[in-house]
Design a protein around this ligand. Sequence first.
Ligand code: UT7
Length: 332
Amino acid sequence: MTHRSRILGIGMSVPKRIVTNNDLATKMETSHEWIVERTGIEQRHWVEEGETGTTLATAASKQAIERSGVDPKDIDLIIYATLSPDFFFPGTAVFVQRALGMKEIPCLDIRQQCTGFIYGLSIADAYIRTGMFKNILMIGSEVHSTGLDVSTAGRDITVLFGDGAGAVVVGRATDDKHMILSTHIHADGSEAEILWTEYPASARHPRISEAAMAERKHFPTMNGKKVFKHAVTRMPQAIMEGMIANDLKLTDIDMMIPHQANLRINQMVAQMIGMPAEKTHNTIMKYGNTTAASIPMCMYDALELGKIKDGNLVCLVAFGAGLTWGSAFLRW
Ligand code: UT7
């Protein structure tokens, strides 16, 4: 017997400390005006000592579990999506499992960067469809700030990223008005290096060196223009793919939640597919780009504002490093 899945509850968490564009302008050559004009970002949250991907994820998960109404004892898998794991190994999901006091359930860490939440949702959906698991805690959590170049040399990337976590509990659907309809995931490794962090790496001998650090290779680098172009090509494709798979018209979609990388990207994507501004939601202004956490955080915000209502048709869409991209369609 196959089952369908649905999101039963959602939660989010950000660090207390707010870093404004003007705060960054005291550390590097940048300005509030430049950042807002190119990206839409006004501020982001960055961790302080003691706050980690695990602590953010644990807070978001507790809220998601509480809102789902599922007994924590009945969660039978944790999926943790991140590009910024707390440690090289083990994966971060086990630390969240420990913090939540969940015993011996499997923990699965996945990468896929900004598309991590969509990939994770596709895994959760597939596991529930087969009946292998009944309730899955799916987390996107990121701490970028401890790995950013807070000098003028890193300004193109550093101003973009924020820390935060979003989590959902995915369980069995009990009617066809509330369910994940489909997920669509893709990757193309041919330009993997246009957005990456090269060091430390097991592919390098040694994994990290003073020379590599002197060249600032332990910080992320990006060809912003190339990434921008790919994003505004792949995101509309992923939306169209889901619309065709579900036989939907654009007007059937009540809310589009795009990954929050750049407000200009999201405005262009909406314009390209003809989606009216009031049917999309953005939170990049206050949180920056939180990669795997951005979609659940944005969905949470839209729900709080009443922009997503019971039974609404919601489209999630993402693009990110790898390159990876995808979409998910669901009835909330
Ligand atoms: O989720 C991960 C996916 N990432 C993305 O989707 C990011 C996609 N790309 C972008 O969002 C944009 O490319 C950026 C916002 C990163 C950059 O915007 P851009 O319009 O492509 O700017 P640019 O890189 O071409 O830089 C234009 C100028 C350069 O100066 P010159 O060479 O013209 O003198 C940069 O050095 O802006 C300069 N610049 C800055 N100036 C002030 C770059 N970063 C900054 C900064 N503040 N933070």
